[in-house]
Design a binder for this molecule. Sequence first.
Ligand SMILES: Cc1cc2nc3c(=O)[nH]c(=O)nc-3n(C[C@H](O)[C@H](O)[C@H](O)COP(=O)(O)OP(=O)(O)OC[C@H]3O[C@@H](n4cnc5c(N)ncnc54)[C@H](O)[C@@H]3O)c2cc1C
Length: 407
Amino acid sequence: MYEWSDEHLMLQQAMRDFVAKEILPIKEELEHGDLPPYDVLRKLYSTFGMDEMARSTFAKRIAHEKAVAAGEPVEEKPSRHGGGDAGYTLIPIIELCRHCPGMVTAMGVSVGLTASAIQAKGTIAQKERWVPELLTLEKVGAWAITEPNSGSDAFGSMLSTARRDGDEYVLNGSKTFITNGPYADTIVFIAKLDEGNDPKDRKVLSFVLDRGMPGLEQPKPLRKMGMHSSPTGELFLTDVRVGRDRLIGETEEVSKGGRDGAKATFQQERAGVAAMSLGIIEQCLELCVQYAKERVQFGQRIGDFQLIQQKLAKMEVARMNVQNLVFRTIELSRAGKSMTFAEASAMKLYSAQVATEVALEAVQLHGGNGYMAEFQVEQLARDAKVLQIYAGTDEIQTVAIARALLA
Ligand SMILES: Cc1cc2nc3c(=O)[nH]c(=O)nc-3n(C[C@H](O)[C@H](O)[C@H](O)COP(=O)(O)OP(=O)(O)OC[C@H]3O[C@@H](n4cnc5c(N)ncnc54)[C@H](O)[C@@H]3O)c2cc1C
């Protein structure tokens, strides 16, 4: 694939119409007024039939899993994209990111991380219990691994614990920077099994929690630099009691529920960042081209200055490269393949870096106006920066790539 198909372009246009009609009129509240993004995201889902599509695709995949479990003859497992290709999932991400990348963060964590974590490693009963409402956004999901003292070293420094108590587990710990944390109905909480052994040797387990469980606190959102349409918060757990039915996979077998599950989630997260970056880059470039044609200094359009032309040319190179990475993701998924962990890291590293560079250069190209909130590049520059921090920092992606090369 080297360009969008006519069908993709139709979806792109429909998304642009939706954004103009439903999001831009409330953008101020989403970006500055603490309006949570969930209702407008639900509207997006219902308008485009994404909720119905998610429900029917989930039903087909579960029926397939049940048939496999019963030893019945089965055909190929239905794709997550419900017959279409990954482009139909990525175009809404790209289009939303032109205006409110935070909405994609909120949506991606709920659907992409929380639902996927349960879908990847949960039992059939767990999937049926939690996944459909997450996939349709009827329920908001959060995926919680980061702690005040454990970020990049997510597993090594993790202090959250799960202790066995009869047939139950008792969970304790605090998490921070959790997307959707303040509003989440369903939370995947990652902790170490405390058997009195050295924390370094403990198994990593994932549990599913519901809002309102005794001992679970979800304080109000934290203030931050950008991504304001994505609420971010802390979680505090004090002696939260859960049955084995909430342990993902219902097994302490690490290869099923623990580090592998979290690592698979990292990989998915990294691939999504390329599409987010593309939306930011496309929007910045369009705004810059327009501004370079209109703004006059020294008696000529600033677009006539070679230093401004260089900025535009570099933005176009970044746009083409990131778009090609997105196309590659779509092609791989069509072929039923996925990237290696190192490839996903490389794609995330590059996309996040160029999105931030482009957005900052867009501010520069707009001069003083670029620094003003009235001009959208100011917001996109603040939003883009976090792409280099969450889902694994630039430095951690670099380590993952180099490790794979040297292995
Ligand atoms: C807006 C936002 C939303 C988030 N959403 C979620 C979420 O939904 N769920 C969740 O669990 N987490 C979430 N996070 C947390 C995010 O994943 C972490 O912030 C990130 O992994 C970095 O961890 P840290 O902040 O503790 O930084 P640290 O790990 O303390 O890093 C500090 C600096 O040291 C560098 N560094 C660390 N280790 C190395 C190394 N080995 N080599 C070289 N340099 C290194 C880092 O790259 C960074 O520059 C979110 C964060 C933000 C900002």
